[in-house]
Design a protein around this ligand. Structure first.
Ligand code: HEC
Length: 220
């Protein structure tokens, strides 16, 4: 973890914590001990690098699509299949957001980091001009693409799948877990698809409807 940090010099406290972590692993400490030390190190890293592991509110996927069109299309392509106009000149080539072998292990958090930190040794340079909120939006958009077909196929079923687990899965989990991990914790492909394609604007619409209902009541 520590070796992948951006340019900043390692904070001595983080170094101490990651060394402690190595030590615990070598000593074969209990999973609890290692877990606690890892949590501490992670919190420190977040603080020093100002990285957030999750957005503060559910990202708007339509907004993410706009950000994608403005910042990613030349390399990753209009269809997000890795076939952008600049792609042929690049080695390694940009990834396709439909490539299961690359996407299964990614999470919105990892996409967020790829955008803000870049992928060293590739043409994927850090893109600093996008705000954190918009970076989350485009990360969630990128993660939604290969699930769209399944979610669209039966919208009612996808919505039911979402509602059935919505109160058990937190935004932080959806942001930091990979598709594989979500599948393990969430159940079916449909549940994963319903989470990955869920957009903050839906909440917004619901809030608007609620406020309409309320104001209708008070208008009498
Ligand atoms: C200048 C070309 C270029 C632009 C612009 C670009 N990328 Fe990339 N991107 C790449 C290349 C090349 C790779 C392949 C790196 C590899 O194989 O690991 C890559 C890899 C990635 C990865 C995989 C990271 C990982 O850890 O596996 C993600 C996610 C990604 N890009 C998202 C984006 C998003 C989202 C945008 C727009 C906000 C964007 N990229 C803009 C060229 C680009």
């Amino acid at each position: 973890m520590a070796s992948q940090l951006p340019e900043t010099k390692l904070h001595p406290e983080i170094l101490a914590l990651t060394n402690k972590l190595d030590e615990l692993v070598l000593k074969k400490a209990t999973p609890d001990e290692v877990g606690n030390a890892a949590q501490k190190a992670k919190a420190q890293v977040m603080q020093v690098t100002h990285l957030q592991s999750a957005p503060t509110s559910w990202p708007n996927i339509s907004r993410g699509k706009q950000i994608y069109a403005q910042n990613c299309v030349t390399c990753h392509g209009e269809k997000a299949d890795g076939q952008g106009v600049a792609a042929t000149a690049l080695n390694p080539p940009p990834i396709s957001f439909f490539d299961a072998s690359r996407m299964n292990g990614l999470s919105p958090f990892k996409v967020f980091n790829a955008i803000q930190i870049g992928v060293p040794g590739t043409a994927m340079a850090p893109i600093k001009k996008i705000s954190d909120e918009d970076t989350w939006a485009v990360a969630f958009y990128a993660m939604s693409l290969r699930h769209e077909a399944l979610a669209q196929q039966d919208k009612d079923a996808a919505q039911k799948a979402y509602v059935s687990v919505a109160d058990k899965i937190h935004l932080e989990d959806v942001a930091s877990l990979s598709d594989d991990q979500l599948l393990q914790s969430g159940g079916s492909e449909l549940v994963v698809a319903s989470f990955r394609t869920y957009s903050g604007e839906n909440d917004y619409k619901r809030a608007l409807e609620n406020s309409k209902v309320l104001s209708a009541r008070f208008d009498h």
